[in-house]
Design a protein around this ligand. Structure first.
Ligand SMILES: [Zn+2]
Length: 450
């Protein structure tokens, strides 16, 4: 769905976000080939680009689309599902009794609908870019093509990868490696601005040295490979690495040569203090998922300590939700209650985590245009909120309005690459009811196989 037309998107109150946030009342952007070329007041931009199409934002508050830096499209069909065993009492039991039982029985069609359901919710909630981490051991080969088809049909952007793991034996580990490499090469051969490939690994405690060596061997000669894996989400991951390899996970990844490549280290909840040195020196990108960490009771990641040392920490949802507004609200609450000090997580730090660092992470995948700010040279990924501020709203106090006043139900319009996906809360290009009906059918079958 590459958009070629020239379009002015106007009559919007624009909050540009980005490094130098600006508020433009009655503003407009001029978009060419899906990329913002100009920004200003509606009258000025309309006069400057006559003959362009005009999209009327009807006074909505326009923001750049939200970015979720870590999620799992495959988890959608688990919603409301009962477990077969007693409630898990720790993180490893959560994996064994829920996620590793679920992902094993996912079929290709489950993968497609699980993705579609989540992507539709992204559009509804104003999320226009996601970085996904996929697992379906019963359907590995071609699984990323299935997700890519759903992503193309949805019209949003995604980075996709397969979680390599040893838990199903050597053959499955190799199949995962091949799927990552195949898909990355395919994405490079047919460049599109919507889908990007990465190299997924589940986590250190499910990947032996032999498997990590095979991963590194398979990408020899390929540049710009980004690794995407869970790191010390639970103490079990760190203990496993210390017992088997004599060092915690980040030391192990460095010793193995993984960190010569860009790494997206998800969670880093139970890292040792000296591992922050490695995050810093190796320029590892961290993604924090506060809701998921609270739900799994794995602990509180020392993200402020990391950020003080210059580590890039972004925000993900770990498949808990497609609603970034919800995740951003939970972020300071977790850290305030944990520290017992309401000053914890200043607005500057929050703005950096919520709005600046995810676009920075995305630069590793999307190099042709920027994301996360309404500015010339950025993709025209825009959302319109039906938000009437009850107090003065400006660029300086935006975060206060955002955290305490805005929510995803206010999203009226979602635009990606200059293309309207939702307007007046109606999804324009997909049959939402049919997709949800089929996903319910597939979920009830899946629950029986689970
Ligand atoms: Zn995850």
């Amino acid at each position: 769905m590459e958009e070629k037309r020239k379009i002015v998107i106007g009559n919007a109150n624009i909050m540009t976000l980005g490094e130098s946030n600006r508020f433009i009342k009655d503003g407009a952007v001029y978009v060419e080939n899906g990329i913002i070329k100009d920004i200003g007041h509606t009258v000025e931009i309309s006069d400057k680009y006559p003959g362009s199409d005009f999209e009327d934002m009807r006074g909505l508050l326009m923001l750049p689309g939200n970015i979720i830096a870590h999620t799992h499209l495959y988890s959608s069909l688990a919603r409301g599902m009962g477990l077969k065993d007693d409630a898990p009492s720790n993180f490893v039991e959560i994996l064994e009794r829920l996620w590793w039982r679920l992902d094993k029985v996912l079929t290709e069609e489950d993968n497609y609908y699980s993705a579609m359901v989540a992507l539709l919710q992204c559009i509804r909630y104003g999320t226009t870019t996601i970085i996904d981490h996929h697992a379906s051991p019963g359907a590995i080969g071609g699984s990323l093509d299935v997700l890519a088809r759903a992503v193309f049909e949805s019209g949003i952007r995604a980075s996709l990868c397969y979680e390599v793991t040893d838990r199903g034996g050597e053959e499955e580990a190799i199949a995962g490696i091949k799927e990552n490499v195949r898909f990355m090469k395919k994405c490079r051969q047919y460049p599109t601005s919507f889908v990007r490939g990465a190299f997924g690994i589940h986590a250190s405690f499910t990947a032996s040295d032999e498997t990590l060596k095979k991963c590194l061997k398979e990408i020899e000669g390929l540049d710009n490979v980004v690794f995407h894996l869970h790191v010390e989400e639970d103490m079990a991951d760190r203990i496993d690495s210390e017992e088997k390899y004599g060092v915690p996970v980040l030391f192990r990844l460095k010793n193995m040569g993984v960190t010569k490549h860009p790494v997206l280290a998800i969670h880093c909840v139970n890292i040792r203090e000296d591992e922050i040195d490695i995050l810093e020196s190796e320029k590892i990108l961290v993604v924090h998922n506060p809701e998921s960490n609270m739900n799994n009771a794995v602990g509180v990641a020392p993200v402020l300590e990391m950020m003080d040392r210059g580590v890039t920490v972004g925000l993900g949802t770990d498949g808990m939700t497609a609603d970034y507004f919800q995740e951003m609200k939970v972020l300071p609450l977790l850290h305030k209650i944990h520290s017992g000090d309401p000053r914890t997580y200043s607005f500057d730090r929050l703005y950096q985590t919520i709005f600046l660092n995810n676009p920075k992470i995305c630069k590793h995948f999307w190099k042709d245009a920027s994301l996360g700010a309404i500015e010339p040279g950025a993709y025209a990924d825009l959302i319109g909120l039906d938000y009437i501020p009850p107090t003065p709203l400006n660029a300086d106090n935006f975060l206060g309005h955002c955290l305490f006043g805005m929510n995803s139900s206010m999203i009226d319009t979602t635009i990606v690459n200059g293309q309207l996906l939702m307007k007046k809360r109606k999804i324009l290009h997909l049959d939402e009811e049919r997709i949800f009906a089929r996903s319910r059918e597939l979920a009830s079958k899946l629950w029986k196989r689970f």
